[in-house]
Design a protein around this ligand. Sequence first.
Ligand SMILES: *Cc1c(COP(=O)(O)O)cnc(C)c1O
Length: 233
Amino acid sequence: MAENDNMAVDAAGIASRLRELDRQIPEGVRLVAVSKFHPAQAVMAAYEAGQRCFGESRVQELLRKEPELPGDIKWHFIGHLQTNKVRQLVGHCDVIESVDSERLLDLIDRESERAGVVSRVLMQVHVAREETKFGFYPEELLEYFRERRFESLKATHICGVMGMASNTDDRERVAEDFSRIAELYRTIREDASLGLRGFDLLSMGMSGDWPLAVDHGANVIRIGTAIFGERQY
Ligand SMILES: *Cc1c(COP(=O)(O)O)cnc(C)c1O
């Protein structure tokens, strides 16, 4: 595992890339700085530059960094969450963005209730062409809401939708993916009969495609490489 804990962190570079992003990102869009595979010192450099919201994709890594860093950091979990890690994660993040199955959601709910916390989550939707991406298919997600299955949740608040575009240079393809994700989000959000409250986060866009995601209505973007540089896996 290459965490590079001993590598010098380019704090000035991180701060200047964050400043540049802050200049470009429209008001009302929340930046999640994706710090996965980067050491706690890199997170600290971004924190000192004013960043408070960070994204991690592995439970152990998040739990290892969290106690080394300031308590007002808001962590977003963005990776595939294995059911056997749910108990450890619950209560440690602001938002779990990557809820990719009803089984996982129900487990998060059960563990949140048990821990006496309310978990905020996003439903991850699968529109990209890659076979490997996790998430609900659009029809599946609509069905989940139309059948009002969310009403069984006791300690979980569904705050919106997260999605990823296909990993391709074809901008039309990417734009098409973002518009499908956004449309799904709006369909659910604007269905007054569901009576949802605080369903207002649309998370899409990464280093390579975030401006296009924002054009399509994203109000949460998840950027790693463009802040911290390439990851060493
Ligand atoms: C790693 C990751 C990102 C950040 O990707 P970059 O290309 O480094 O900006 C965003 N979202 C998810 C779900 C990720 O796993």
